[in-house]
Design a protein around this ligand. Structure first.
Ligand code: NI
Length: 167
């Protein structure tokens, strides 16, 4: 296993659109293991392959308090959305920034797991937020893009400044 480098907003590669996985093979399972290790090491609740510069439709997630309930979504599709809810979100690619985003309150997602089996999951609360947030990454969208242009500009300059300071 390996800890992968997480792209930091506003890296252009975060805007690439991921491709579907054709075969859930050993290379995908290896990617899933590395992504899970990377997510746990960074103390995140979700990570999309896009964030580690792999442009395949793969997501890992663990919203449990015990950090032992890894969920894997390969080629996820939302098959139903109900209601609306606002939630404060953060992202491993946008460190230190937390902003409120409005999303569907309840989603049903269909995906493949790491064994290539189809899973269907109905989610609400943090899990629903996380699924939608990570699926956005696969489409090249970062959560700050839901905010006003002014806020986005402020966040970009703040993060660029911080990046200069740490180099
Ligand atoms: Ni994120």
């Amino acid at each position: 296993m390996a800890i992968l480098k997480i792209l930091q907003y506003p890296d252009e590669r975060l805007h690439k659109v991921a491709r579907s996985v054709e075969n859930v093979d050993e290379s995908i399972r290896s990617l899933v293991r590395d992504m899970a290790e990377t997510m746990y090491a960074a103390q995140g609740v979700g990570l999309a392959a896009t964030q580690v510069d792999v442009h395949k439709r793969v997501i890992v997630m663990d919203v449990s308090e015990s950090h032992d309930q890894l969920r894997v979504f390969i080629n996820p599709e939302i098959i139903s959305k109900i209601g609306e809810e606002e939630c404060e979100e953060g992202c491993l690619s946008v460190p230190g920034i937390y902003e409120t985003v409005r999303r569907a309150a309840n989603v049903t997602v269909r995906a493949l797991n790491e064994n290539g089996e189809t899973i269907t999951l109905e989610a609400d609360g943090l899990l629903a937020v996380c699924i939608q947030h990570e699926m956005d990454h696969l489409l090249g969208k970062v959560f700050v893009e839901y905010l006003s242009q002014l806020k986005q500009t402020r966040i970009r300059s703040k993060l660029k400044k911080r990046l200069r300071e740490t180099m």
